[in-house]
Design a protein around this ligand. Structure first.
Ligand code: SR1
Ligand code: MG
Length: 402
């Protein structure tokens, strides 16, 4: 089983049995392929007698969402495994445990988090996660700060940049987030009912100028090792636990790209709630919870990041009075801009989010899509002027009135 080939369920069981210290050699294991993401195979292997289970994630040599016509490097499995290892060294409780990595099969074998819920699904169901903001702020502050020039030996950091060169996955982001949604590209996939709003995005030169600024930041600012795809489908939650999965898009990029991803996905769920909660008072309360969480994510992230700076900053010049405030201001502005791009791409681009895309009523869905474009484009246009998270709340609330 050594040369690369996509596994089937029987082979996944054989491989699971061969792993040391996980299953008894005679265990009657059951396996199911449960992957519902855009790129990979995901096998869940369980021993029904002990209920012990594992996840085996295998990269395919193409993007599953499109098919074999879109080849994609298997090196992303190495990137993911390396990123998981670094993240575990910085915040072990916030990532899945990795049991084994098999480079020849582009396969990572890890902790099964089936006792958690994918956060996107949990938010669509209207659940509340009281510790989420604290946990995700902790994850982002630690993984971003401790992989950056702020704390690392700056020669070692350059080696890390090399380790996380991830051109094919970055190209997906460069195209699907920072280019195609803003032009009439073949990969786009949007609701024909909102064509007028989409054409507005395609023709808005003020918007394109700001997207160019953000795209340049993504291409050139090797600030920290990012997760690179930190949406609510990459986060498992319970009311007391948060686990970040799937860092195959990891690379050295601008910190605000990760923070913006979390904020964008909270706001996309906010926008979609008309499709999920019928009772208007209940919906209003849930939306307030989402806006409060959005603010908490930024505020806690900022608080933790500033704390790490004060305790662990390793660069003398960066300690110059005023530089921390300037750094945080730029990081916040990036966050707002990237959040906006991530909202727009989920409405016009190739990959959608269930929070909006699966809303059963077509008029409600259309309203949500228009609202997401309204908020997303405002965030992009405002980002270089942004100074407080309350401005995001204002943009959302103003957009609701239109
Ligand atoms: C072809 S991959 C489409 C999207 O799925 C991933 O989760 C990333 O967000 C990517 O842009
Ligand atoms: Mg993913």
């Amino acid at each position: 089983m050594s040369a690369y080939h996509p596994l089937d369920e029987a082979e996944a069981i054989e491989l699971a049995k061969s792993l040391p210290d996980l299953f008894a050699p005679d265990a009657g294991l059951i396996c199911q392929e449960i992957g519902d993401g855009n790129l990979n195979l995901v096998f869940r292997v369980i021993d029904p007698h002990t209920n012990k289970s594992i996840i085996m994630k295998q990269a395919l040599p193409y993007a599953k969402v499109v098919g074999e016509s879109w080849p994609l490097t298997l090196d992303r499995a190495r990137i993911e495994s390396d990123a998981l290892q670094i993240q575990a060294s910085l915040c072990a409780d916030l990532v899945p445990k990795v049991y084994s990595y098999r480079p020849e099969l582009a396969l990572t074998i890890m902790e099964d988090l089936s006792d958690h819920t994918i956060m996107r699904k949990g938010l669509i169901e209207g659940n509340v996660y009281p510790d989420f903001a604290e946990h995700i702020a902790d994850f982002m502050a630690r993984t971003l700060f401790f992989t950056s020039d702020l704390s690392m030996n700056q020669q070692d950091k350059k080696e890390r940049v090399k380790q996380f060169i991830n051109p094919e996955l970055c190209k997906i982001t460069e195209d699907l987030i920072f280019d195609h949604p803003f032009t009439d590209a073949d990969t786009n996939d949007f609701n024909p009912a909102i064509k007028d709003a989409v054409e507005h995005v395609w023709n808005d030169e003020e918007l394109h100028l700001q997207v160019a600024v953000l795209r340049n930041g993504f291409l050139t600012n090797a600030q920290a090792m990012l997760h690179g795809d930190l949406h609510t489908g990459s986060i498992f939650v319970t009311s007391a636990s948060t686990k970040v999965i799937d860092p195959e898009f990891a690379f050295y990029g601008p910190m605000g790209f990760d923070v913006g991803a979390v904020i964008a996905n909270l706001l996309l769920n906010y926008v979609g709630q008309e499709g999920w909660i019928d009772d208007s008072k209940e919906r209003e309360d849930y939306r307030l919870y989402l806006l409060q969480t959005t603010q908490d994510v930024w505020n806690r992230f900022e608080g933790q990041f500033r704390g790490l700076w004060k305790e662990h900053l390793a660069d003398r010049m960066f300690a110059s009075p005023g530089y921390l405030d300037l750094y945080m201001q730029r990081l916040f502005q990036d966050t707002i801009g990237y959040a906006g791009c991530k909202m727009v791409r989920r409405i016009i681009g190739l990959a959608h989010v269930a929070d909006i895309h699966t809303i059963p009523d077509s008029l409600t869905k259309e309203r949500a899509e228009r609202l997401a474009l309204q908020i997303g484009t405002q965030l992009i246009k405002h980002h270089q002027k942004a100074s407080s998270i309350s401005e995001v709340v204002d943009i959302v609330q103003q957009s609701m009135k239109k």
